[in-house]
Design a protein around this ligand. Sequence first.
Ligand SMILES: [Fe+2]
Length: 250
Amino acid sequence: MDRREFTFGITRFFSAYLLLDAASLTRSFSASVHQDMERWARQLEEICSDLKLEYIPQYLWQEKIGELFEAVPLEDLLNFIDFENLRKGFSFPDLGVATRMVKFPAIEGLERTTFVKKIFGLRKDRAIIPHGHSNMVSSHLILDGKFRLRQYDKIAEENASLLITPTLDIQTIAGNHSSISDAHNNIHWFIAESDNAFTFDVIVLDLNEQSYDIHNLDMEKAVKNGNGELRVPVLDVESALKKYGKNHHG
Ligand SMILES: [Fe+2]
């Protein structure tokens, strides 16, 4: 063997070794990511089922889901829910938002979840219209795009209006998250500020052994009552979508 052959031989040997090593690393990395995601999904189920059974209060669920959304690497979650496939052929409505149900990979004991899991998708300038909730919680992780997000606390439900106070008005991007509950930040209003924008939502319905309800709000008709509170009329969903589903409000 001359020197050239020898070098080639060694190089080929090391290249093959490195390739093999990289392949086995990738395999073990994927397996460990999958295990991490499985653990994450089980923790998600645990806090949602604890909430449903009233072992934990709603504000604590908001804290805990915030921690889980903070902890999960966005890319791993996107793979876990097969986001690329979900967004393929997504039919964006001209007004408001469309949703698609999310399926987790098969996990033993987690064939059914206490929570509803969906992605929400919007075109630019379309909105998840301003609305409040009763007897439910939800949390929203931005998967792609940008939103303007406004939130409000609900002080009281009146006959045909809600008494609310503003809590948040921010720009959000992929990786940011927010939540609502009866206790805190009950009302939300998202407006998409990128060509497309998506959220991943975890929702627990029918809390307090009562059916959940949604209250669409006519924010333009909000009346200040002098101490920072707003009295806002409730709108039927059709009128609310027509008025707020596509942003004409600047
Ligand atoms: Fe909502």
